[in-house]
Design a protein. Structure first.
Length: 459
């Protein structure tokens, strides 16, 4: 049964034209892009599900706030309006704005990670993983085993496995772990939430070993709403109350504000440690900008201050999660295997299950992504061996991810129910001829974050 699709809690005030180019034009476009959807021209996309990062529609209140932006280099009013929001929601002693989430991750890694260090988490996403590796560190994923069973209905498949974490700390040694993390929601593992119980227990374990605990908080509001819906004792709490409780257990957080703060650009890094904050400030000034703007215009700070609250609005979150659940149900009606239950910001199609004839090294997720574009000008994102396969630092053998996925990330307040229906119908057509698809090989790939700029050709 298809879930209820709630009426959007907004009216559409401004529209952007999109067009569906012909099949022959799509063939030319994807070939010119090196069979990498990242390098397609946006004007050649009909429905763009590459990412939910910075692709949402800002509200009239955010656009009004932009007009009040104070562009003073230091001490701008816009900074202090953002500070009030950050202090109110997150409650840390210090924070700095950054131009986006990966800048916050870069600064944190630059300040704390040394060669040979390990950073555990439930699952690191691409830029977090790469920033740790770029400093000579080893990002380590310790999510619960249920995360790797797409059909498992565990309500909090993003949880970090406490038994694995305890064993990892004992084996690795506290001196080799500069900080520990958890990602909410767990993007690399299907946008799955983390329970409050797990956040508390992970924090307690880190703190028992005097390991600082940082949250990767890009989708903290969606995680808070999942806790409200699924965890006993939280049904009567508001998302902002749940968010405050989540962050009360951490020593800091980094986040891309381009997700749950619903802005086109921006990020945050917050913490409590005086000494680390001074190092963070120095690194920020060197790489991003002064501590009161962090590489952003004042107007961006104001839009973020408003968006942080809008992302926690309960009516919006109910619509957001139900839109994703609706698309999941329509895809399931078309026989598409995916990670279940549906996450908050995206659908994760099990490309490995749809294309069992394509091995890891021939990139089944990429094959499905390319075919989605050819069939319906839909752009998705491979979350599999192109993004996460890497050589083992000790043996040199290629380590492949357990799941080969294609993420359909839904921009906030952008697409309607008819768009969701079109997506499901298009991918259903592909599934019915999936046995005809073949894999791809690299003709160019950088060492880190290769999915952004690699070029491929069909086998």
């Amino acid at each position: 049964m298809t879930p209820y699709y709630p009426p959007e809690p907004f009216r559409i005030k401004v529209v952007e034209p999109i067009r569906l180019i012909s099949p022959s034009e799509r063939i030319k476009a994807i070939k010119a892009a090196g069979y990498n959807p990242f390098t397609l021209k946006a004007e050649d996309i009909f429905i763009d599900l590459l990412t939910d990062s910075g692709t949402g529609a800002m509200s009239q209140h955010q656009w009004a706030a932009i007009m009040e932006g104070d562009e003073s280099y230091a001490g701008a009013r816009s900074y202090f309006r953002l500070k009030d929001a950050v202090d109110d929601i997150f409650g840390f002693k210090y924070f700095v704005p950054t131009h986006q989430g990966r800048a916050a991750e870069n600064i944190l890694a630059a300040v704390l990670v040394k060669p040979g260090n390990f950073v555990p988490s439930n699952m690191h996403f691409d830029t977090t993983d790469a920033n740790i590796r770029a400093r000579g560190g080893r990002p380590t994923n310790l999510v619960i085993d249920e995360a790797f069973d797409p059909a498992n209905q565990h309500p909090f498949k993003g949880n970090l496995d406490l038994v694995k974490l305890k064993a990892f700390i004992e084996k690795t040694g506290v001196q080799n772990i500069p900080f520990g993390m958890i990602t909410i929601t767990n993007n690399a593992g299907g946008g799955q939430p983390v329970s409050m119980e797990n956040i508390k227990a992970v924090a307690a374990l880190y703190h028992a070993h005097k390991i600082p605990f940082y949250i990767d908080a890009a989708r903290y509001a969606e995680n808070a709403y999942f806790i409200k819906l699924r965890e006993p004792g939280y049904a009567e709490k508001t998302p902002i109350e749940i968010a405050r409780e989540m962050f009360s257990h951490a020593d800091g957080f980094c986040m891309s504000a381009k997700k749950d703060a619903i802005v086109n650009i921006g990020g945050l890094l917050a913490l409590n440690d005086d000494k680390v904050f001074q190092s963070v400030s120095n690194e920020l000034i060197l790489r991003e900008g002064f501590v009161s703007y962090g590489g952003l215009a004042g107007r961006d700070l104001d839009a973020m201050a408003v968006g942080l609250y809008e992302g926690l609005d309960e009516a919006y979150l109910a619509y957001r999660l139900n839109q994703t659940a609706y698309l999941a149900a329509k895809l399931k009606e078309n026989g598409i295997p995916m990670i279940e239950p549906a996450g908050g910001h995206a659908i994760y199609i099990d490309a490995g299950a749809i294309l069992p004839q394509i091995p890891h090294g021939e990139f089944p997720g990429q094959a499905l992504s390319v075919e989605m574009y050819l069939e319906g000008a839909i752009r998705g994102c491979e979350i599999g061996s192109i993004m996460f396969a890497h050589p083992d630092p000790e043996t040199g053998e290629m380590v492949y991810p357990k799941l080969e996925l294609v993420r359909l990330a839904i921009p906030r307040r952008v697409y309607t129910q008819s768009h969701m229906d079109y997506i499901a119908e298009t991918i259903g057509k592909i599934a019915r001829r999936a046995d005809q698809l073949r894999g791809y090989k690299f003709i160019y790939a950088p060492e880190l974050l290769r999915h952004f700029t690699c070029r491929l050709e069909p086998l």
